[in-house]
Design a protein around this ligand. Structure first.
Ligand code: ADP
Length: 760
């Protein structure tokens, strides 16, 4: 380092007197110059050595020692010291002694830490921000004022200088000081050289600080890594199926004690019914503690109680001074166990419920670092998940127990098969129904239960199961062990593995022998009754037909004789007599119509009903043309072709058309001229035959009645009739396998329709 060399001639002064003197002077001058040169060379070497060492030396501690040695050498001092500045120590930062020369133990201890408040040269540098030189400590103003003199005198120090070490970035990084046993004033040259040393020292301290920070963060990382590994291993341990709950909880507790750097600890779980905390795992506690803290309520004077109560972590740095413990028995118990500080972290389930508490205890007043608390959080989360998982497992197992019992004792046969149809399980009900004990059924093909004629069923069912479909209440027949057949109702559902793949089927079979028998009995009874009823009805129909038929002859006779009476003796009869005769004729007419209708009905109801293609449009036109009363009634009838041909019976359709047509022209309000439109329409496979009128219309209640026998909505005096016409229409249409209906409203006319297959 060339700049460390000071020009040796720069301080040369003086003038020669005599030649001899001059020679002597010259010799002395040269000697002095040489001495100075040597000294400066030595200094330069020293500095160079320090520089070289700074570059090559790996051990920073050794470097601090070398720097202090160099300071003694350069300043020719008796003592020297070097300090590093910690800006995070105290309110304004503080200096810490790194290395010293000549200090006795007491001095080392006294100046281990120096701050703004310290009565020392370094303290004064911190206060003033400049180099401080005290040539005689006994004259030093700040020592006298602040009273630090005794320490210096005690250490044997009478003069000193302290030089701040400033980094290249302009920050104070430390200080380097030299001290003398006697009052001393360092020369300008010494100080200049010293400044060069200080420059080196500042660089070194900066490096020291950087390395310290790196080391700290490496340490933190290593610790984090270790903690994470620990948590990971713990997670694995808890996931192993062979581990018991108490083993896992003990492992959790060990990890908590280790991660929080504690001396002892315990893990408590909440007892659901009582809401108290109960110790599940503990390390380091004696019987008195376990007795006292065996059950803890949320309102107890304890960290775990408070954590349970609040659902958040509680840290007590010193239980002896914490007001919550003051005067409590828990304090005495804890102190007797050697506990001074404690932290309690709740274990919270994903639903937010406190499941338990992990507490760790410290022998000294202590607060775990933020990092340790973070680790505890991770641990607590892991433990919470674990507890939740085993709880869910337990519930699942319980329900499977319960389910297995239900299956086993069900009166239904319940069995499971794989996709090949091999029986995997077989309950009591199955044994009861089919006669095979489980040992003879499990492992055998389910086809042994299927009767010969139904062999196709099973592959079909399995195919549906393969498509994840369920077969519900399928009634079939199965074969018992003894070969007899049994009626069953089957429900077959797919069985899936956890990944959702169908791996087999469960079958529930119920013996429905009774039901089938009952149904058969019922069906037989219904059939028998229906036959009986049909017979009765047809007997009645035959009876009414014969009555009607038999009544016709006497009626004709009565009518005939009444007409003869009128024709032959009419003139001789008084007016009243003629009137009686007219009434007889009217009554006979009405009775005749009734008989005609009854006979028509019987024909439609009982007669042969051969179905054929009927040109209903042609049929309608013929009826309209020949309709007896149509012209007198003055009604307009419009047949709107084409009307699609129907598949029906000509005679029956003739009856239907004339009945609908006669109603359409009859039921019109007095004074209104009847207008009737007859049309047809095709609706897919069927054709509709429609009769629209402008008559009085029919209300809803009426529409429900009119197709039944003898139902008439109007007074006989208003509209004459028998109440049989629409009944005939309905019966005829039913026998032709068609439908009949009406759309109408009072005063708005009616639309009657018949639907029959469209004959093409
Ligand atoms: P009838 O015509 O002999 O009275 P129906 O069985 O043919 O007997 O008809 C039953 C009842 O239905 C009739 O009495 C009448 O009240 C009502 N009805 C039938 N057709 C019509 C119609 N086109 N308009 C209004 N009412 C009708």
């Amino acid at each position: 380092m060339p700049e460390t060399l000071v020009d040796p001639l720069a301080s040369f002064t003086g003038t020669p007197a005599t030649p001899t003197d001059a020679l002597e002077l010259e010799v002395r001058r040269r000697q002095r110059a040489e001495e100075r040169l040597e000294a400066e060379l030595a200094d330069a070497k020293l500095l160079q050595g320090v520089s070289a060492a700074l570059i090559s030396e790996k051990n920073i501690g050794n470097l601090h020692e070398k720097l202090v040695d160099a300071a003694v050498g350069i300043m020719r001092s008796d003592f020297a010291s070097m300090q590093m500045f910690y800006d995070d120590k105290g309110p304004k930062g503080a200096l810490r002694l790194l290395a010293s020369r000549g200090f006795n133990l007491e001095a080392q201890r006294c100046w281990e830490w120096v701050s703004h408040e310290t009565a020392s040269s370094c303290g004064e540098v911190l206060r003033s921000g400049k180099r401080v030189i005290a040539t005689d400590v006994e004259q030093c103003e700040f020592l006298i004022r602040m009273g630090g003199l005794a320490a210096y005198l005690g250490a044997g120090i009478h003069a000193m200088q302290s030089t701040p070490l400033i980094s290249r970035g302009g920050k104070l990084v430390g200080m380097i000081s030299t001290h003398w046993k006697r009052p001393h004033e360092p020369s300008e040259r010494d100080l200049r050289l010293f400044d060069l040393l200080a420059r080196q020292a500042a660089d070194l301290l900066e490096r020291t600080q950087a390395e310290e920070r790196l080391r700290q963060s490496e340490e933190r990382l290593a610790a984090d890594l270790e903690a994470m590994t620990r948590l990971y291993e713990l997670g694995n341990l808890c996931a192993q199926s062979g581990r018991s709950r108490s083993q896992c909880l003990a492992a959790v507790l060990e990890a908590a004690i280790e991660l929080s750097g504690a001396d002892k600890g315990n893990l408590q779980l909440v007892d659901e019914p009582t809401g108290t905390l109960e110790i599940e795992a503990q390390r380091g506690f004696g019987p008195a503690f376990l007795e006292f803290f065996g059950r803890v309520r949320h309102d107890s004077a304890s960290a775990c109680g408070a954590a349970l109560n609040s659902g958040t972590r509680v840290v007590v740095e010193d239980i002896a001074t914490n007001p919550h413990f003051a005067g409590q028995q828990s304090l005495l118990v804890l102190l007797a166990e050697g506990v001074r500080a404690v932290q309690s972290t709740p274990l919270i389930s994903s639903s937010g419920r406190v499941q338990g508490i992990i507490s760790t205890h410290f022998a000294r007043v202590h607060r775990p670092s933020e990092r340790e608390l973070r680790m505890l959080d991770l641990l607590a989360r892991q433990a919470g998940d674990y507890l939740q998982r085993i709880e869910a497992d337990r519930k699942h197992r319980d329900s499977e127990g319960r389910l297995a019992a239900i299956v086993e004792h069900s009166s239904d046969a319940i069995l499971s098969i794989d996709l090949d149809g091999t029986i995997l399980s077989w309950n009591q009900g199955a044994e009861l129904l089919y006669g095979y004990p489980p040992g003879e059924a499990v492992g055998r093909p389910v086809s042994m239960l299927i009767p010969e004629k139904r062999e196709d069923e099973e592959p079909e069912i399995l195919a549906r199961i393969g498509r994840s479909q369920t077969v519900q209440h399928y009634e079939t027949v199965r074969r018992r062990k003894d070969g007899t057949l049994v009626d069953v109702s089957l429900t077959v559902s797919p069985l899936k593995d956890p990944a959702g793949r169908v791996v087999g089927a469960s079958k529930v079979a119920r013996d429905i022998t009774e039901r089938v028998r009952a149904r058969e009995v019922l069906e037989r009874t219904v059939a028998e009754r229906t036959t009986q009823l049909r017979e009765t009805v047809s007997e009645l129909e035959a009876f009414s037909y014969s009555i009607a038929h038999d009544m016709r002859a006497p009626l004709r006779a009565m009518n005939g004789y009444a007409q003869y009476l009128e024709r032959d003796f009419g003139e001789k009869l008084p007016e009243t007599g003629k009137n009686f005769l007219r009434r007889i004729a009217q009554g006979a007419g009405r009775l005749d119509r009734l008989i005609t209708d009854v006979l028509n009905y019987s024909k439609i109801a009982r007669g042969e009903m051969r179905l054929e293609k009927v040109d209903v449009e042609k049929l309608t036109r013929e009826i309209v043309d020949t309709y007896p009363n149509l012209r007198e009634s003055g009604a307009t009838v419009l047949v709107q072709g084409p009307i699609p041909p129907l598949l029906g019976n000509t005679a029956a359709l003739t009856q239907c058309v004339s009945n609908l047509l006669s109603n359409a022209v009859k039921f019109v309000a007095p004074g209104t001229k009847a207008r009737v439109l007859i049309r047809g329409e095709v609706r897919g496979e069927v054709a509709r035959y429609v009769v629209e009128d402008n008559g009085i219309g029919i209300d809803e209640e009426g529409r429900g009645r009119i197709f039944r026998l003898f139902q008439r909505l109007n007074l006989a005096a208003e509209f004459e009739g028998t109440g049989i016409g629409l009944t005939i229409v309905r019966k005829a249409v039913e026998r032709m396998n068609g439908k009949v209906g009406v759309d109408s409203a009072p005063g708005l006319g009616s639309v009657f329709w018949i639907e029959l297959p469209h004959a093409r």
